[in-house]
Design a protein around this ligand. Structure first.
Ligand code: GDP
Length: 477
Protein backbone atom coordinates (compact mmCIF):
# COMPACT_ATOMS: atom_id res chain seq x y z
CA UNK A 1 0.00 0.00 0.00
CA UNK A 2 1.46 3.30 -1.05
CA UNK A 3 0.47 6.91 -1.41
CA UNK A 4 1.96 9.73 -3.45
CA UNK A 5 3.67 12.46 -1.49
CA UNK A 6 1.67 15.16 -3.28
CA UNK A 7 -1.57 13.33 -2.59
CA UNK A 8 -0.73 13.01 1.08
CA UNK A 9 -0.01 16.75 1.26
CA UNK A 10 -3.32 17.51 -0.40
CA UNK A 11 -5.22 15.29 2.02
CA UNK A 12 -3.69 17.12 4.98
CA UNK A 13 -4.09 20.53 3.37
CA UNK A 14 -0.38 21.34 3.59
CA UNK A 15 1.94 22.50 0.84
CA UNK A 16 3.86 19.77 -0.93
CA UNK A 17 7.07 21.70 -0.41
CA UNK A 18 6.40 21.78 3.32
CA UNK A 19 5.91 18.04 3.42
CA UNK A 20 9.06 17.44 1.42
CA UNK A 21 11.00 19.69 3.77
CA UNK A 22 9.70 17.86 6.81
CA UNK A 23 10.60 14.53 5.28
CA UNK A 24 14.09 15.74 4.54
CA UNK A 25 14.51 16.94 8.12
CA UNK A 26 13.58 13.45 9.19
CA UNK A 27 16.25 11.98 6.97
CA UNK A 28 14.00 10.96 4.12
CA UNK A 29 14.58 12.72 0.84
CA UNK A 30 11.36 12.40 -1.17
CA UNK A 31 9.93 14.02 -4.28
CA UNK A 32 6.37 15.18 -4.90
CA UNK A 33 5.57 12.37 -7.30
CA UNK A 34 7.17 9.66 -5.24
CA UNK A 35 5.02 6.92 -3.78
CA UNK A 36 5.81 6.19 -0.16
CA UNK A 37 4.50 3.27 1.84
CA UNK A 38 1.76 3.55 4.40
CA UNK A 39 4.08 3.22 7.41
CA UNK A 40 6.17 6.16 6.30
CA UNK A 41 3.11 8.18 5.36
CA UNK A 42 1.76 7.57 8.84
CA UNK A 43 4.90 8.94 10.44
CA UNK A 44 4.93 12.01 8.22
CA UNK A 45 1.26 12.65 8.81
CA UNK A 46 1.87 12.38 12.50
CA UNK A 47 4.30 15.31 12.25
CA UNK A 48 1.41 17.42 11.01
CA UNK A 49 -0.95 16.15 13.64
CA UNK A 50 -2.82 13.73 11.38
CA UNK A 51 -3.43 10.06 11.74
CA UNK A 52 -3.59 7.80 8.77
CA UNK A 53 -6.49 5.47 8.79
CA UNK A 54 -6.24 2.77 6.22
CA UNK A 55 -9.53 2.38 4.48
CA UNK A 56 -10.47 -1.26 4.74
CA UNK A 57 -11.56 -2.73 1.48
CA UNK A 58 -15.04 -3.92 1.91
CA UNK A 59 -14.49 -7.60 2.02
CA UNK A 60 -18.19 -8.21 1.90
CA UNK A 61 -18.59 -6.17 -1.25
CA UNK A 62 -15.88 -8.07 -3.01
CA UNK A 63 -17.27 -11.35 -1.78
CA UNK A 64 -20.86 -10.46 -2.40
CA UNK A 65 -22.95 -13.57 -2.39
CA UNK A 66 -26.26 -14.13 -4.05
CA UNK A 67 -27.94 -17.19 -2.57
CA UNK A 68 -29.10 -19.63 -5.21
CA UNK A 69 -32.76 -19.66 -6.17
CA UNK A 70 -34.75 -22.84 -5.50
CA UNK A 71 -34.75 -23.68 -9.23
CA UNK A 72 -30.96 -23.80 -9.23
CA UNK A 73 -30.83 -26.43 -6.50
CA UNK A 74 -30.15 -30.06 -7.23
CA UNK A 75 -29.61 -32.98 -4.86
CA UNK A 76 -26.08 -33.48 -3.59
CA UNK A 77 -24.42 -36.41 -1.78
CA UNK A 78 -24.22 -36.34 2.04
CA UNK A 79 -20.96 -35.56 3.84
CA UNK A 80 -20.35 -37.83 6.80
CA UNK A 81 -18.05 -37.78 9.83
CA UNK A 82 -17.41 -40.86 11.94
CA UNK A 83 -17.24 -40.26 15.68
CA UNK A 84 -17.12 -42.37 18.82
CA UNK A 85 -15.01 -43.51 21.75
CA UNK A 86 -11.38 -44.46 21.17
CA UNK A 87 -10.89 -48.08 20.04
CA UNK A 88 -14.55 -48.55 19.25
CA UNK A 89 -13.66 -49.04 15.58
CA UNK A 90 -13.88 -45.68 13.77
CA UNK A 91 -10.78 -46.20 11.65
CA UNK A 92 -11.67 -49.80 10.88
CA UNK A 93 -15.14 -48.69 9.80
CA UNK A 94 -13.76 -45.95 7.53
CA UNK A 95 -11.51 -48.59 5.91
CA UNK A 96 -14.37 -51.03 5.51
CA UNK A 97 -16.58 -48.38 3.92
CA UNK A 98 -13.83 -47.38 1.55
CA UNK A 99 -13.58 -50.98 0.38
CA UNK A 100 -17.24 -50.95 -0.67
CA UNK A 101 -16.43 -48.30 -3.26
CA UNK A 102 -17.11 -49.55 -6.79
CA UNK A 103 -15.28 -46.64 -8.41
CA UNK A 104 -12.11 -47.67 -6.60
CA UNK A 105 -11.92 -50.83 -8.72
CA UNK A 106 -12.25 -48.78 -11.90
CA UNK A 107 -9.47 -46.53 -10.68
CA UNK A 108 -7.18 -49.49 -10.10
CA UNK A 109 -7.81 -49.70 -6.36
CA UNK A 110 -4.99 -47.38 -5.36
CA UNK A 111 -6.32 -44.68 -3.11
CA UNK A 112 -4.68 -41.58 -1.69
CA UNK A 113 -5.22 -40.08 1.70
CA UNK A 114 -6.46 -36.57 1.05
CA UNK A 115 -8.58 -36.07 4.16
CA UNK A 116 -11.89 -37.11 2.66
CA UNK A 117 -13.09 -39.69 0.19
CA UNK A 118 -16.14 -40.46 -1.83
CA UNK A 119 -17.77 -43.86 -2.08
CA UNK A 120 -19.86 -44.86 -5.05
CA UNK A 121 -22.36 -47.64 -4.52
CA UNK A 122 -23.41 -50.24 -7.14
CA UNK A 123 -26.47 -48.18 -8.05
CA UNK A 124 -24.43 -45.03 -8.59
CA UNK A 125 -25.38 -43.22 -5.38
CA UNK A 126 -22.45 -41.60 -3.65
CA UNK A 127 -21.46 -40.60 -0.12
CA UNK A 128 -18.52 -38.51 1.04
CA UNK A 129 -16.62 -39.34 4.21
CA UNK A 130 -14.34 -37.08 6.16
CA UNK A 131 -11.31 -39.26 6.70
CA UNK A 132 -10.26 -37.98 10.12
CA UNK A 133 -12.24 -39.85 12.73
CA UNK A 134 -13.05 -38.35 16.09
CA UNK A 135 -14.57 -35.17 17.33
CA UNK A 136 -11.41 -33.00 17.43
CA UNK A 137 -11.49 -32.34 13.70
CA UNK A 138 -15.26 -31.86 13.80
CA UNK A 139 -15.03 -29.37 16.66
CA UNK A 140 -12.02 -27.45 15.41
CA UNK A 141 -13.74 -27.01 12.06
CA UNK A 142 -16.84 -25.75 13.79
CA UNK A 143 -14.79 -23.39 15.89
CA UNK A 144 -13.63 -21.86 12.62
CA UNK A 145 -17.16 -21.43 11.43
CA UNK A 146 -17.02 -24.39 9.11
CA UNK A 147 -19.79 -26.86 9.15
CA UNK A 148 -19.10 -29.49 6.56
CA UNK A 149 -20.77 -32.52 8.10
CA UNK A 150 -24.35 -33.45 7.24
CA UNK A 151 -24.54 -36.70 9.19
CA UNK A 152 -22.52 -38.21 12.03
CA UNK A 153 -22.01 -41.94 12.25
CA UNK A 154 -21.61 -42.69 15.93
CA UNK A 155 -19.63 -45.86 16.46
CA UNK A 156 -20.31 -47.69 19.74
CA UNK A 157 -18.58 -50.96 20.51
CA UNK A 158 -21.18 -53.55 21.48
CA UNK A 159 -18.95 -55.00 24.19
CA UNK A 160 -17.85 -51.72 25.78
CA UNK A 161 -21.08 -49.79 25.45
CA UNK A 162 -21.46 -46.05 25.84
CA UNK A 163 -18.27 -44.42 27.11
CA UNK A 164 -17.05 -40.90 27.88
CA UNK A 165 -16.22 -39.94 24.30
CA UNK A 166 -19.44 -41.49 23.05
CA UNK A 167 -21.30 -38.98 25.21
CA UNK A 168 -19.06 -36.15 24.03
CA UNK A 169 -19.63 -37.06 20.41
CA UNK A 170 -23.39 -36.96 20.98
CA UNK A 171 -23.06 -33.53 22.59
CA UNK A 172 -21.01 -32.20 19.69
CA UNK A 173 -23.37 -33.54 17.06
CA UNK A 174 -26.36 -32.16 18.93
CA UNK A 175 -24.74 -28.74 19.32
CA UNK A 176 -24.12 -28.67 15.59
CA UNK A 177 -27.66 -29.94 14.92
CA UNK A 178 -26.26 -32.79 12.88
CA UNK A 179 -28.32 -36.00 12.89
CA UNK A 180 -26.70 -39.18 14.22
CA UNK A 181 -26.82 -42.63 12.71
CA UNK A 182 -25.58 -45.23 15.18
CA UNK A 183 -23.26 -48.08 14.23
CA UNK A 184 -23.20 -50.67 16.98
CA UNK A 185 -19.86 -52.27 16.21
CA UNK A 186 -18.01 -55.47 17.10
CA UNK A 187 -21.13 -57.60 17.12
CA UNK A 188 -18.89 -60.53 16.18
CA UNK A 189 -17.52 -60.56 19.71
CA UNK A 190 -19.04 -63.14 22.06
CA UNK A 191 -19.44 -60.52 24.80
CA UNK A 192 -21.26 -58.13 22.44
CA UNK A 193 -24.53 -56.85 23.85
CA UNK A 194 -26.26 -54.57 21.31
CA UNK A 195 -29.47 -54.39 23.36
CA UNK A 196 -27.58 -52.94 26.31
CA UNK A 197 -26.00 -50.34 24.02
CA UNK A 198 -29.45 -49.37 22.74
CA UNK A 199 -30.82 -48.82 26.21
CA UNK A 200 -27.74 -46.78 27.17
CA UNK A 201 -28.24 -44.62 24.07
CA UNK A 202 -31.95 -44.31 24.74
CA UNK A 203 -31.10 -42.81 28.11
CA UNK A 204 -29.13 -40.16 26.24
CA UNK A 205 -32.05 -39.38 23.97
CA UNK A 206 -31.09 -41.55 21.01
CA UNK A 207 -34.07 -43.86 20.81
CA UNK A 208 -34.05 -46.61 18.17
CA UNK A 209 -36.93 -46.79 15.70
CA UNK A 210 -38.02 -50.20 16.97
CA UNK A 211 -38.63 -48.58 20.34
CA UNK A 212 -40.67 -45.80 18.82
CA UNK A 213 -37.82 -43.31 18.43
CA UNK A 214 -36.30 -41.86 15.31
CA UNK A 215 -32.60 -42.75 15.59
CA UNK A 216 -31.39 -45.10 12.89
CA UNK A 217 -29.13 -47.86 14.18
CA UNK A 218 -27.28 -50.73 12.54
CA UNK A 219 -25.47 -53.69 14.07
CA UNK A 220 -22.14 -54.11 12.36
CA UNK A 221 -18.73 -55.68 12.51
CA UNK A 222 -16.33 -53.26 10.91
CA UNK A 223 -13.52 -55.79 11.04
CA UNK A 224 -15.50 -58.65 9.50
CA UNK A 225 -17.37 -56.31 7.13
CA UNK A 226 -20.78 -57.35 8.40
CA UNK A 227 -23.66 -54.90 8.10
CA UNK A 228 -21.68 -52.22 6.27
CA UNK A 229 -24.10 -51.95 3.35
CA UNK A 230 -27.06 -51.86 5.73
CA UNK A 231 -25.39 -49.03 7.62
CA UNK A 232 -24.79 -47.08 4.40
CA UNK A 233 -28.45 -47.61 3.44
CA UNK A 234 -29.51 -46.05 6.74
CA UNK A 235 -27.15 -43.13 6.19
CA UNK A 236 -28.63 -42.56 2.73
CA UNK A 237 -32.11 -42.79 4.19
CA UNK A 238 -31.18 -40.15 6.74
CA UNK A 239 -29.69 -38.06 3.94
CA UNK A 240 -32.91 -38.29 1.95
CA UNK A 241 -34.82 -36.94 4.94
CA UNK A 242 -32.46 -33.97 5.03
CA UNK A 243 -33.15 -33.21 1.35
CA UNK A 244 -29.58 -32.08 0.81
CA UNK A 245 -29.28 -29.78 -2.15
CA UNK A 246 -26.85 -27.36 -3.74
CA UNK A 247 -26.53 -25.22 -6.84
CA UNK A 248 -24.15 -26.78 -9.36
CA UNK A 249 -23.99 -24.20 -12.11
CA UNK A 250 -22.14 -21.32 -10.45
CA UNK A 251 -18.65 -20.44 -9.16
CA UNK A 252 -17.54 -22.86 -6.47
CA UNK A 253 -17.49 -22.32 -2.73
CA UNK A 254 -16.18 -24.80 -0.22
CA UNK A 255 -13.95 -25.49 2.74
CA UNK A 256 -10.38 -26.55 3.27
CA UNK A 257 -10.37 -30.01 4.85
CA UNK A 258 -6.64 -30.56 5.03
CA UNK A 259 -3.47 -28.86 3.81
CA UNK A 260 0.18 -29.71 3.50
CA UNK A 261 3.37 -28.33 2.08
CA UNK A 262 4.47 -30.85 -0.52
CA UNK A 263 8.18 -30.88 -1.39
CA UNK A 264 7.67 -31.09 -5.11
CA UNK A 265 4.26 -29.55 -5.55
CA UNK A 266 4.25 -26.69 -3.05
CA UNK A 267 1.17 -25.89 -0.98
CA UNK A 268 -1.51 -28.52 -1.52
CA UNK A 269 -4.93 -28.55 0.08
CA UNK A 270 -8.03 -30.68 0.02
CA UNK A 271 -11.12 -28.68 -0.77
CA UNK A 272 -14.59 -29.94 -0.12
CA UNK A 273 -16.78 -28.28 -2.70
CA UNK A 274 -20.05 -27.26 -1.04
CA UNK A 275 -21.63 -25.31 -3.84
CA UNK A 276 -21.07 -24.71 -7.54
CA UNK A 277 -18.56 -26.41 -9.79
CA UNK A 278 -14.83 -26.02 -9.29
CA UNK A 279 -12.83 -25.98 -12.49
CA UNK A 280 -9.21 -26.01 -13.45
CA UNK A 281 -7.99 -22.45 -13.91
CA UNK A 282 -10.44 -20.99 -11.39
CA UNK A 283 -9.18 -18.11 -9.27
CA UNK A 284 -9.93 -18.29 -5.57
CA UNK A 285 -9.38 -16.85 -2.13
CA UNK A 286 -8.95 -19.28 0.79
CA UNK A 287 -8.53 -17.99 4.32
CA UNK A 288 -5.49 -15.69 4.28
CA UNK A 289 -4.28 -16.83 0.90
CA UNK A 290 -5.40 -17.01 -2.70
CA UNK A 291 -4.45 -18.74 -5.92
CA UNK A 292 -5.47 -20.30 -9.17
CA UNK A 293 -6.41 -23.95 -9.59
CA UNK A 294 -3.41 -25.39 -11.44
CA UNK A 295 -4.52 -29.00 -11.15
CA UNK A 296 -6.96 -31.11 -9.18
CA UNK A 297 -6.75 -34.73 -8.07
CA UNK A 298 -9.44 -36.95 -6.62
CA UNK A 299 -8.94 -39.48 -3.80
CA UNK A 300 -7.56 -42.02 -6.31
CA UNK A 301 -4.86 -39.57 -7.35
CA UNK A 302 -6.57 -39.18 -10.71
CA UNK A 303 -6.52 -35.78 -12.34
CA UNK A 304 -9.95 -34.17 -12.63
CA UNK A 305 -11.08 -31.08 -14.48
CA UNK A 306 -14.37 -30.33 -12.71
CA UNK A 307 -15.65 -30.96 -9.22
CA UNK A 308 -19.28 -30.73 -8.10
CA UNK A 309 -20.87 -30.24 -4.65
CA UNK A 310 -20.00 -32.60 -1.78
CA UNK A 311 -16.90 -33.80 -3.60
CA UNK A 312 -13.46 -33.56 -2.02
CA UNK A 313 -10.51 -32.77 -4.25
CA UNK A 314 -6.84 -32.05 -3.82
CA UNK A 315 -6.03 -28.65 -5.26
CA UNK A 316 -2.68 -27.30 -6.47
CA UNK A 317 -2.08 -23.62 -7.02
CA UNK A 318 -2.23 -21.91 -3.62
CA UNK A 319 0.11 -18.99 -3.06
CA UNK A 320 0.48 -19.98 0.57
CA UNK A 321 -0.69 -22.83 2.70
CA UNK A 322 -4.31 -22.41 3.81
CA UNK A 323 -5.56 -23.97 7.03
CA UNK A 324 -8.11 -26.67 7.66
CA UNK A 325 -11.47 -25.01 8.15
CA UNK A 326 -10.65 -22.02 5.94
CA UNK A 327 -13.22 -20.96 3.42
CA UNK A 328 -12.59 -21.38 -0.29
CA UNK A 329 -14.30 -19.00 -2.67
CA UNK A 330 -13.94 -18.76 -6.43
CA UNK A 331 -13.76 -15.19 -7.74
CA UNK A 332 -13.72 -13.63 -11.17
CA UNK A 333 -10.40 -11.83 -10.94
CA UNK A 334 -7.00 -12.40 -9.46
CA UNK A 335 -6.84 -8.78 -8.40
CA UNK A 336 -9.92 -9.24 -6.24
CA UNK A 337 -8.64 -12.48 -4.75
CA UNK A 338 -5.31 -10.90 -3.89
CA UNK A 339 -6.97 -7.84 -2.41
CA UNK A 340 -9.17 -9.91 -0.14
CA UNK A 341 -6.27 -12.11 0.94
CA UNK A 342 -4.15 -9.05 1.73
CA UNK A 343 -6.97 -7.45 3.62
CA UNK A 344 -7.47 -10.58 5.67
CA UNK A 345 -3.73 -10.86 6.30
CA UNK A 346 -3.62 -7.31 7.57
CA UNK A 347 -6.52 -8.02 9.91
CA UNK A 348 -4.79 -11.16 11.14
CA UNK A 349 -1.54 -9.27 11.67
CA UNK A 350 -3.30 -6.63 13.69
CA UNK A 351 -4.83 -9.29 15.86
CA UNK A 352 -1.42 -10.93 16.15
CA UNK A 353 0.34 -7.72 17.20
CA UNK A 354 -2.21 -7.18 19.90
CA UNK A 355 -1.36 -10.64 21.17
CA UNK A 356 2.40 -10.31 20.77
CA UNK A 357 2.83 -7.51 23.24
CA UNK A 358 1.53 -9.72 25.99
CA UNK A 359 3.59 -12.71 24.97
CA UNK A 360 6.84 -10.79 24.95
CA UNK A 361 6.26 -9.53 28.46
CA UNK A 362 5.71 -13.05 29.65
CA UNK A 363 8.87 -14.12 27.88
CA UNK A 364 10.83 -11.47 29.70
CA UNK A 365 9.60 -12.82 32.99
CA UNK A 366 10.46 -16.32 31.91
CA UNK A 367 13.93 -15.13 31.11
CA UNK A 368 14.36 -13.76 34.60
CA UNK A 369 13.11 -16.95 36.12
CA UNK A 370 15.29 -19.23 34.06
CA UNK A 371 18.34 -17.39 35.35
CA UNK A 372 21.47 -19.19 34.33
CA UNK A 373 20.16 -20.52 31.03
CA UNK A 374 21.73 -18.69 28.10
CA UNK A 375 19.45 -17.76 25.32
CA UNK A 376 19.55 -16.10 21.99
CA UNK A 377 16.53 -13.90 21.58
CA UNK A 378 15.27 -13.30 18.07
CA UNK A 379 12.70 -10.99 16.56
CA UNK A 380 11.84 -12.61 13.25
CA UNK A 381 10.16 -10.87 10.33
CA UNK A 382 9.46 -12.49 6.97
CA UNK A 383 7.56 -11.75 3.80
CA UNK A 384 5.07 -14.59 3.91
CA UNK A 385 3.38 -16.82 6.45
CA UNK A 386 4.81 -19.93 4.83
CA UNK A 387 8.41 -18.74 5.03
CA UNK A 388 7.87 -17.50 8.54
CA UNK A 389 6.71 -20.90 9.70
CA UNK A 390 9.56 -22.68 7.93
CA UNK A 391 12.10 -20.30 9.50
CA UNK A 392 10.64 -20.67 12.96
CA UNK A 393 10.88 -24.42 12.70
CA UNK A 394 14.51 -24.46 11.54
CA UNK A 395 15.59 -21.84 14.07
CA UNK A 396 13.99 -23.60 17.01
CA UNK A 397 15.80 -26.78 16.01
CA UNK A 398 19.12 -25.05 16.62
CA UNK A 399 18.59 -24.93 20.38
CA UNK A 400 21.13 -26.92 22.31
CA UNK A 401 21.23 -27.73 25.99
CA UNK A 402 23.63 -24.82 26.45
CA UNK A 403 21.93 -22.14 24.40
CA UNK A 404 18.27 -21.83 23.78
CA UNK A 405 16.94 -20.13 20.67
CA UNK A 406 14.07 -17.95 21.64
CA UNK A 407 11.89 -16.37 18.99
CA UNK A 408 10.26 -13.60 20.92
CA UNK A 409 8.35 -12.23 17.99
CA UNK A 410 7.57 -13.67 14.60
CA UNK A 411 5.62 -11.66 12.11
CA UNK A 412 5.00 -10.86 8.48
CA UNK A 413 5.96 -7.55 6.93
CA UNK A 414 8.63 -4.85 7.16
CA UNK A 415 10.69 -4.45 10.30
CA UNK A 416 9.00 -1.75 12.33
CA UNK A 417 10.06 0.50 15.16
CA UNK A 418 8.09 -1.62 17.55
CA UNK A 419 10.13 -4.67 16.46
CA UNK A 420 13.30 -2.77 17.21
CA UNK A 421 12.03 -1.58 20.59
CA UNK A 422 11.10 -5.10 21.55
CA UNK A 423 14.50 -6.37 20.49
CA UNK A 424 16.18 -3.60 22.42
CA UNK A 425 14.20 -4.34 25.55
CA UNK A 426 14.95 -8.03 25.43
CA UNK A 427 18.49 -8.05 24.12
CA UNK A 428 17.38 -9.68 20.92
CA UNK A 429 18.64 -9.56 17.39
CA UNK A 430 16.25 -8.73 14.57
CA UNK A 431 16.19 -11.00 11.56
CA UNK A 432 14.53 -9.91 8.35
CA UNK A 433 13.89 -12.53 5.72
CA UNK A 434 13.09 -10.92 2.39
CA UNK A 435 11.97 -7.81 4.27
CA UNK A 436 13.63 -4.48 5.09
CA UNK A 437 13.16 -2.02 7.92
CA UNK A 438 11.46 1.32 7.47
CA UNK A 439 14.00 4.10 7.66
CA UNK A 440 12.71 5.04 11.12
CA UNK A 441 13.23 1.50 12.31
CA UNK A 442 16.74 1.53 10.86
CA UNK A 443 17.57 4.77 12.68
CA UNK A 444 16.09 3.53 15.89
CA UNK A 445 18.10 0.35 15.62
CA UNK A 446 21.27 2.40 15.30
CA UNK A 447 20.36 4.44 18.33
CA UNK A 448 19.35 1.44 20.39
CA UNK A 449 22.27 -0.64 19.13
CA UNK A 450 20.02 -3.36 17.95
CA UNK A 451 21.47 -5.78 15.46
CA UNK A 452 19.39 -6.19 12.31
CA UNK A 453 20.33 -8.96 9.91
CA UNK A 454 18.92 -9.63 6.46
CA UNK A 455 18.68 -12.90 4.63
CA UNK A 456 17.10 -14.39 1.60
CA UNK A 457 18.52 -17.89 1.91
CA UNK A 458 17.48 -20.07 4.83
CA UNK A 459 20.72 -21.97 5.34
CA UNK A 460 22.75 -18.76 5.48
CA UNK A 461 20.48 -17.60 8.22
CA UNK A 462 20.74 -20.81 10.23
CA UNK A 463 24.53 -20.86 9.72
CA UNK A 464 24.87 -17.37 11.13
CA UNK A 465 22.62 -18.12 14.05
CA UNK A 466 24.71 -21.17 14.84
CA UNK A 467 27.77 -18.94 14.90
CA UNK A 468 26.06 -16.41 17.11
CA UNK A 469 25.20 -19.20 19.48
CA UNK A 470 28.79 -20.35 19.57
CA UNK A 471 29.80 -16.82 20.45
CA UNK A 472 27.47 -16.90 23.37
CA UNK A 473 28.99 -20.02 24.83
CA UNK A 474 31.60 -19.80 27.56
CA UNK A 475 34.95 -20.99 26.33
CA UNK A 476 35.42 -24.66 27.16
CA UNK A 477 38.43 -25.28 29.39
P1 GDP B 1 -10.75 -46.19 16.67
O1 GDP B 1 -9.82 -45.80 17.76
O2 GDP B 1 -12.17 -45.91 17.03
O3 GDP B 1 -10.39 -45.67 15.32
O4 GDP B 1 -10.70 -47.81 16.59
P2 GDP B 1 -9.97 -48.75 15.56
O5 GDP B 1 -10.67 -48.78 14.26
O6 GDP B 1 -8.51 -48.44 15.56
O7 GDP B 1 -10.23 -50.15 16.22
C1 GDP B 1 -9.76 -50.47 17.53
C2 GDP B 1 -9.57 -51.97 17.67
O8 GDP B 1 -10.80 -52.62 17.54
C3 GDP B 1 -8.68 -52.54 16.56
O9 GDP B 1 -7.85 -53.52 17.13
C4 GDP B 1 -9.66 -53.17 15.61
O10 GDP B 1 -9.12 -54.25 14.90
C5 GDP B 1 -10.76 -53.60 16.54
N1 GDP B 1 -12.05 -53.68 15.85
C6 GDP B 1 -12.61 -52.73 15.08
N2 GDP B 1 -13.79 -53.17 14.60
C7 GDP B 1 -13.97 -54.40 15.09
C8 GDP B 1 -15.01 -55.38 14.96
O11 GDP B 1 -15.99 -55.19 14.26
N3 GDP B 1 -14.86 -56.53 15.64
C9 GDP B 1 -13.77 -56.78 16.41
N4 GDP B 1 -13.70 -57.97 17.04
N5 GDP B 1 -12.77 -55.90 16.55
C10 GDP B 1 -12.87 -54.72 15.90
Amino acid sequence: ETIQVSELAKMMGVKVSELIKKALQMGMPVTANQSIDADIAAILADEFGYQIERAPIEEEILLQYIPPSPEELKPRPPVITVMGHVDHGKTTLLDAIRKTDVASKEAGGITQHIGAYTVKLEDGRTLTFIDTPGHEAFTSMRARGAQVTDIVILVVAADDGVMEQTKEAIEHAKAAKVPIVVAINKIDKPEANPERVKSQLAELGLIPEEWGGDTLMANISARNKIGINELLELVLLQAEMLELKAAYDRPARGRIIESKLDKGRGPVATVLVQEGTLKEGDIFVAGLTYGRVRAMFDSYGKRVKEVTPSMPVEVLGFEELPQAGDDFIVLDSEEKAKKIAEYRQRKAREAETAKEAKISLEKLFEKLKEGELKELNIVLKADTQGTLEALQASLLKLSTDKVKVNIIRAGIGAISESDVMLASASNAIVIGFNVKPSSQARDLAKKERVDIKFYDVIYQLTDDVKKAMAGLLEPEI
